[in-house]
Design a protein around this ligand. Sequence first.
Ligand SMILES: [Zn+2]
Length: 254
Amino acid sequence: MRCTYCGNDYKKLSREHVISRTVLETAFGKSNTNIARSELWGNKPLKDHEHIVKDVCAECNNKLSSIDLAGSDFVKKVLGFCDSTNKKLKITKEALFWIVKTHLNFLRVIPDVETKSCYKLDSQIYKSLMCRDASVFKFLTLCVEGWEGKKYFWDRNDPRKIPIFSYKSVRFPFYNMVVSDLVIKSVDTIVFVPFETDYSNFGERVSKVIDIMIHDYGFNPQTVDPHEVLRSGELSIKNIRSHQSLLGIMKKIG
Ligand SMILES: [Zn+2]
């Protein structure tokens, strides 16, 4: 079996939660089960987050553990508020890479609805991620969207509650684009990667898909400039999805 990150062959590869165990423990304590589900785009089956990836060697897994720790710190901050309006989140390079890594994990385990296969990604993405090299952002586009969340959204005693994490990937066949959508409480993170590693006019295609997401699905994504985030150590959330718009989403994922 080949390790996704280093490409070496191993008899056995290590297992890892799609959302790192350390992050899940931060959010839910040591004994958590069935803690997150998803449906943002339609009436497809719900996915929970007990998914496991088994395609990383022990050595690479070990090298990635600092990313998981940073991810855990970042998630702790995000869990501290319900409304992302005007939030300026401190974020380290490692935490930014945790967001990317988690999207990649999901893309590797959740198959495309039509092809029934998981998405193939350019191997350079994994090499860059392993080296914490910002060139990874040449191969994918990261957007964020803040939610004008209210406390009751995540109140476990409220019948309207929604999960803290939710995930969905969709493909836009006309633009050969895969959109990976991971919501962490009131921070929606969206990664765009080309289907079948087709990078022709990638930036232009991302813009077209963002337009569709805004007009057809009510999203309000802002493109993250990773170099600015790395320079400032801050992720400033400007685009907000209103409480009113979120009520429609809550019905789908609650
Ligand atoms: Zn490896």
